[in-house]
Structure formats: C-alpha cells, structure tokens
Write a protein that binds this ligand. Structure first.
Ligand SMILES: Nc1ncnc2c1ncn2[C@@H]1O[C@H](COP(=O)(O)OP(=O)(O)O)[C@@H](O)[C@H]1O
Ligand SMILES: [Mg+2]
Length: 230
C-alpha cells in the first residue's frame, strides 16, 4: 500500500496541502477529483516523492519513505505520468520507449505489449515526439511509464483536452493496466472518466480532502463539487 499520512506541503510560504491522508492499495483505481488549483498535481507529486513534505509521512508497504528521493521511489515501483507528459520531443516514439526500457528490469510490460495496448502508437512509432498529437503523446507517456513495470501508476489528467475516441482508448488502457496488476491513482477535474474506472473517490478543494467514498455514494460528491463551483 502507498500512503500519505497527515501531510502538509508548501511552495515557499504558500501552503498547498493541508493534513492530507490518502492511500492506494494493490488492485485499486483511486480517483482524485478537484478544480484547477485545488492541489491535485501537488498531491500526486507528494505521493511520487517528487515534492518534499513539510509535515506528515509517506509510506510504502509499511516502510516510511518520506525522504526517499523520486528516482528511488520510481525503483520501488511508483510511476508518475505528469500533466505535461515530459516525453523527448526530438526523439521518435520508439526511441522514447527504448531509452527507458534499458533502465528497468523486464516484467509483464514490454515494448511489444505497450504497442498492443496502444495500436495507434505502434503505427506512429517512427514519428518524432514533437509531431505526435496530444493523445499520442499521452499514450507514449503512459507506455513509457509502464516499461518500468510499476506497482503504482499515478496519472495526472490523462484525458484532459483529448478527442472522445482517444479518451475511450485511454480508459480501456487504464482498465487493462489495472487488470494486469498495477494500482492506479487517476487525477481528473470531473467525474466523467473516473466514474467509469475508479473503486474509490476523493474530492480535493483548496488543498484539503473534502469528501471520500465508494462509487455507490458518488451522488453526495457530485452535489459537493457543484456547490463548490457556485
Ligand atoms: N511551482 C509552484 N510554485 C508555487 N505555487 C504552486 C506551484 N505549483 C502549484 N502551486 C500552487 O499550489 C496550489 C495547488 O496547485 P496544483 O497542485 O497544481 O493544483 P491542481 O493540480 O489541482 O490544478 C495552487 O494554488 C497553485 O497555484
Ligand atoms: Mg494539476
């Protein structure tokens, strides 16, 4: 299990997370939903070890890993796909994948299997990162992180701004990734995609979790998000 316990995070003097407790267990797809600026990306980075905690703990399978740097968190099986995707735009899709493939031990996810997961990416394997569409870049970013064979995959707004047909491909991929044994934290601004995938939901507002619950209580959360918007 990957956990944050009672975590505060600051940017300089500005507090971005307040007393966050959050956990994701093997098998889970946990959704984190909130408006722009609510603290979603900060929470994901805190989970991935990419941002220091001012207070509280990060734990992995019971080990306290609060100060473990992000590259070691990555070796322990935590993979973050950031909002800006961070692929190498001057390299081809194939080269982007080969680069990470050599860094990680072999596991279920191989280049062949990620191409099978995203056939569109296989067709575009010779294209430079810069010429890939937003959806193709998102597929590449997810594919690349899978080659690390992570136990926990943290996805920051993976469907934001993408065409419906691409969103469907990404939804199907997340479902398969989870079925193959990787737990997922899915960050989105609304319920549309998470409600098709997640088995647990959290709402975040102004750096605080304001609601948490299972799918059958989602109506309460919808009301909260709408009230919060007005
Ligand atoms: N690098 C940064 N420096 C200063 N403040 C930041 C930085 N990144 C985010 N913030 C602030 O932290 C809060 C949460 O941001 P973020 O986690 O990016 O929200 P979300 O992902 O939900 O849009 C916002 O008030 C934002 O302005
Ligand atoms: Mg964000």
């Amino acid at each position: 299990m990957l956990e944050l316990r009672d975590v505060d995070v600051f940017y300089g003097k500005a507090q971005a997370l307040h007393g966050i407790s959050f956990s994701v267990a093997p098998g889970d797809i946990v959704a984190l939903i909130g408006r722009n600026g609510a603290g979603k990306s900060t929470l994901l980075r805190a989970l991935a070890g990419a941002h220091g905690l001012t207070r509280g703990e990060r734990r992995l399978d019971g080990d306290i890993i609060t100060r473990l740097p992000s590259y070691l968190c990555s070796r322990r099986g935590i993979a973050l796909v950031p909002e800006d995707r961070q692929i190498f735009s001057s390299l081809t899709a194939e080269e982007n994948l080969r680069l990470v493939e050599v860094l990680h031990p072999a596991g279920y996810w191989t280049r062949e299997r990620v191409y099978r997961l995203f056939p569109r990416l296989a067709e575009r394997r010779k294209a430079n990162g810069i010429s890939l569409s937003g959806g193709e870049q998102q597929m590449l970013a997810i594919a690349r992180s899978l080659l690390a064979n992570p136990h926990y995959l943290l996805l920051d707004e993976p469907t934001e701004g993408l065409a419906p047909i691409i969103v469907d491909a990404i939804i199907a991929a997340i479902s398969e990734i989870n079925q193959q044994g990787t737990a997922v934290v899915l960050v989105e601004q609304n319920f549309k995609v998470p409600q098709l995938l997640a088995n647990y939901f959290h709402l975040i507002d102004s750096g605080r979790l304001t609601w948490s619950g299972p799918p059958d209580r989602l109506d309460e959360a919808r009301d909260l998000l709408i009230v919060g918007r007005s």
